[in-house]
Design a protein around this ligand. Structure first.
Ligand SMILES: [Zn+2]
Length: 282
C-alpha cells in the first residue's frame, strides 16, 4: 500500500474508476457521505480495497473510519461519487457507517470517525479556501450554475441530490440526524490549531505510535471506558510517553491486542488525538 503524494501521511489506494482532472470546473464544496456499511476500525481500508474491485464505476476521494483516513483519488481529480455536477465540484468523503440517530453519531466509534474526517476536511478547506458553513440546496445549485462565482461550503450527498433534481440522484446520506454542528465545530477547531509546515499533522501516525505503547500494558483490571477507565488509560499512556523508552510501531499488533473492543480503541485514538492537538496549541 502506497502513501498519498498529496498528503504524505495518508495511505493511498487508487480505485478502479475515477476522472482525470475536473473537466473545466474546480473544487467548490466538500461532500459528506456514509458508506451504508460497517464502522469497524478497518472499514476505511476495506472500502478502499472494495473500490479497486467493484465494476460499477463508483469511487470517492477518501474513506474515513474511527482510526484512519485512506485517500483514493487526488483532490485535483474527480471521484465518481455523485453524478457529473457533484463530481466536478466536490471533494467526497465516505464516512464508514450508516444512517444513525444523533446519539448514535456521537457514540465512541462514530465520534472518532467524525473527528478524523474533520481533520482532513480542515486541510482541504484551508487549501481550497472553503468557508466552514453548510450550503443549502439552492446554494449548492448556484455553485454549479453560477460557476465560478457561486458559493463555496460544505454539503451532504443528500444536498447534492436536492440541488440537481435533473440529475436523477436518490441518495440521502448522511441523513437527517447527522450532527452537522459537531462536524463544523471540529473542522473549525482544527483550522484554529497551529499546524506544522507542509500540512504534516500526522495525528493518525502519532495515535498509532502512542497506541503501540499499550502493547505491553496489561489491560486486565481496567475499567471499561464507560466507567472512567479511559482516564486511567490515558494517564498510563502519558507516563509511558514521558519515559525515555524505545517505541515499537506496530499498529497491526496493537489492533490485534485490542481486537473485539473497537469502541475502546476508538476512544483511545480520539483521546490521544485530542491530547496531541492540545499540546500543539500549548
Ligand atoms: Zn453518498
Amino acid at each position: 500500500m502506497g502513501m498519498s503524494a498529496e498528503y504524505p501521511d495518508l495511505k493511498f489506494v487508487p480505485p478502479r474508476a475515477f476522472g482525470s482532472g475536473r473537466d473545466g470546473k474546480a473544487v467548490r464544496y466538500l461532500v459528506v457521505h456514509y458508506t451504508a456499511g460497517a464502522e469497524r476500525s478497518t472499514s476505511a481500508e476495506d472500502g478502499a480495497a472494495y473500490d479497486q474491485r467493484r465494476t460499477d464505476g463508483t469511487s470517492c476521494h477518501y474513506f474515513v473510519d474511527s482510526d484512519s483516513v485512506v485517500q483514493c483519488v487526488r483532490t485535483t481529480d474527480r471521484s465518481n461519487s455523485a453524478f457529473g455536477k457533484g463530481n466536478r465540484l466536490g471533494i467526497h468523503y465516505e464516512f464508514c457507517g450508516t444512517a444513525q440517530t444523533r446519539a448514535q453519531w456521537l457514540d465512541l466509534a462514530s465520534r472518532a470517525t467524525i473527528r478524523n474526517a474533520a481533520r482532513q476536511m480542515a486541510r482541504d478547506a484551508h487549501r481550497y479556501e472553503i468557508p466552514i458553513r453548510r450550503l443549502s440546496a439552492a446554494e449548492t445549485r448556484a455553485a454549479w450554475y453560477s460557476f465560478p462565482a457561486g458559493p463555496k461550503g460544505i454539503v451532504g450527498h443528500g444536498d447534492v441530490t436536492n440541488a440537481y433534481p435533473e440529475d436523477g440522484g436518490d441518495h440521502t446520506d448522511p441523513g437527517k440526524d447527522f450532527p452537522w454542528d459537531v462536524l463544523l465545530a471540529d473542522i473549525n477547531e482544527f483550522l484554529g490549531s497551529p499546524t506544522t509546515s507542509g500540512g504534516d499533522m500526522a495525528p493518525t501516525q502519532e495515535n498509532f505510535r502512542i497506541l503501540a505503547l499499550l502493547e505491553n500494558t496489561p489491560t486486565t483490571g481496567w475499567s471499561p471506558p464507560e466507567k472512567n477507565g479511559l482516564h486511567e488509560a490515558l494517564k498510563r499512556i502519558e507516563d509511558k510517553v514521558a519515559a525515555p523508552a524505545p517505541v515499537t510501531v506496530d499498529a497491526a499488533a496493537v489492533a490485534a491486542a485490542l481486537a473485539g473492543n473497537t469502541a475502546f480503541l476508538a476512544a483511545i485514538a480520539k483521546a490521544v488525538a485530542d491530547e496531541t492537538a492540545r499540546r500543539q496549541q500549548a
